[in-house]
Design a protein around this ligand. Structure first.
Ligand SMILES: [Zn+2]
Length: 470
């Protein structure tokens, strides 16, 4: 049931995005797509989850402008360097050329931190934790792909924090990492966490931590990043505070983000050849009731369906009463990934039962009508649990350790996934390893008992994680 999903992933993905009504790819600008209402609802539930997690940890939602004046955008040298190929510029207001060019935000540090400089006065103003969920624009020159590589990132959740000490900023990095773990666990999206190499971190950051997942085609996808910014941006944007000794000091900052890729992962990782299989937590419709009509029983069946829907009022339930054959209804809802289907026919009513079909296993069972509400809730939570378990099981099967560079290369080309190798810590070695293995460095993980660098055979202090990244 996962033949196409696994062996012809690209085709599966393009088809499902359209057939399940996630995105319409026919918008006439490359890399820009339209959210269908159904896809948009999934997005809404995903965002509710992350909002709740952030708010629990005292993050406040804000909204900063889309346009960033050139002089602010260009202040942080590394930052502008990192983004210069990707920025869209607004150069005209009507027919008039603008005195100051305006960037469409590719990310919002340079929009937010000048305001932090105004807002923050003393140590008592911190920690300051804000976030926004907005669209950002990047002029991607690589092949664009819905939800994965976009020119308009429609769902960019970026959090930005300021702290009175380096230690507190470090604590924030840990908190952010924990929040993202909780978020991905809720979505059943497995991940590996590693530190980006110094030469490939977020432009302007002290260091960057990344979350990567693995797709059915065995390529890896970076799905979240957490950055410790140190005082780099604070110095550039003059974000100072009065510390406890009464002296002026630059703040310590962090930022962390996720994007549409989270939604891509959620759709892809649990899917199969029949279509999506949504986690109940984020499914716009958790249960679809399909009335099975026979002559003379239509009204009884409809009445029973309505009655059941009322009993399931805490869940998102839809009755599909379209005038089409039940088989084609099943087909439609399977593509859309509704976690549970309930069929009610005259026989079920007579036997005081209902028939339920799980989307993840496609197994059919009858349950007694009497305690349907409780039973159905139980089945939904076991669907979540099973999807999560299956996803992690598959992920772990695709994480490898290679003793040598040759072995790493072989695994990368034959199996894909994530391959770990010992590394001495030298950039030159890492770049050689990357080239030789024809892979990307996803990040670095610290391992205590060191082996030998697969390139130079010197004592290794950490491991590189390699993969073919999207
Ligand atoms: Zn080495």
């Amino acid at each position: 049931m996962r033949e196409k999903w696994k062996n012809n992933f690209s085709e599966w993905y393009n088809e499902i995005i359209e057939k399940a009504e996630i995105l319409d790819i026919r918008y006439p600008v490359k890399g820009l797509y339209v959210w269908f209402p159904y896809g948009f609802k999934i997005r809404k539930h995903v965002l509710n989850l992350i909002r709740n997690i952030l708010e629990e940890k005292n993050h406040k939602e804000a909204l900063f402008p889309l346009l960033i004046p050139e002089q602010e955008f260009s202040k942080e040298a590394k930052h502008i360097k990192g983004f210069e190929d990707e920025v869209y510029w607004v150069t005209h207001g009507g027919l008039e050329p603008l005195n100051v060019k305006l960037a469409l935000r590719p990310t919002s540090e340079t929009a937010i931190y000048p305001m932090f400089a105004v807002w923050i006065r003393s140590h008592s103003d911190m920690p300051l934790k804000v976030y926004q969920i907005v669209n950002t624009f990047r002029y991607e020159t690589k092949h664009t792909r819905p939800l994965i590589r976009l020119r308009e990132i429609t769902t960019f959740k970026e959090a930005h924090t300021a702290h009175a000490s380096y230690e507190d900023a470090e604590r924030q990095v840990t908190e952010a990492t924990e929040m993202y773990k909780k978020f991905f666990d809720a979505l059943g999206v497995p991940y590996s966490i590693s530190r980006r190499p110094d030469w490939d971190k977020f432009p302007g950051a002290e260091y960057t931590t990344a979350f990567d997942t693995i797709f059915p085609d065995s390529r890896t996808l970076q799905i979240a990043t957490v950055h410790n910014l140190g005082q780099n941006f604070a110095k550039t944007f003059n974000v100072q505070f009065e510390n406890r000794k009464g002296e002026q000091e630059y703040v310590y900052q962090t930022c962390y983000g996720i994007s549409d890729r989270v939604i891509a992962s959620l759709l892809v990782i649990h899917g199969d050849d029949r279509g999506l299989c949504l986690m109940p937590e984020v499914a716009p419709i958790q249960i679809v009731i399909v009335p099975i009509w026979f002559k003379d029983s239509e009204r009884d069946v409809d009445r029973e369906a309505e009655k059941l829907k009322k009993e399931l009022k805490d869940l998102r339930v839809h009755i599909d009463d379209r005038d089409v054959r039940p088989g084609s209804k099943y087909y439609d809802w399977e593509i859309k990934g509704v976690p549970l289907r309930i069929e009610i026919g005259p026989k079920d009513i007579e036997q005081e039962k209902i028939t339920v079909v799980r989307r993840d296993t496609c197994k059919k069972q009858q349950i007694s009508r009497g305690n349907a509400a409780r039973k159905v809730a139980e089945i939904l939570s076991s669907i979540s649990e099973d999807l999560r378990k299956r996803a992690w099981g598959e992920f772990n099967e695709h994480v490898y350790f290679a003793e040598s560079l040759g072995e790493a290369k072989k695994i990368i080309s034959e199996k894909g996934g994530i391959v770990k190798v010992w590394w001495c810590g030298e950039e030159a070695c890492a770049k050689e390893i990357e080239n030789e293995a024809t892979a990307d460095i996803l990040g670095i993980v610290n391992e205590s008992s060191g082996g030998k660098c697969v390139r130079c055979e010197k004592k290794a202090r950490s491991m590189l994680q390699l993969g073919k990244a999207y």
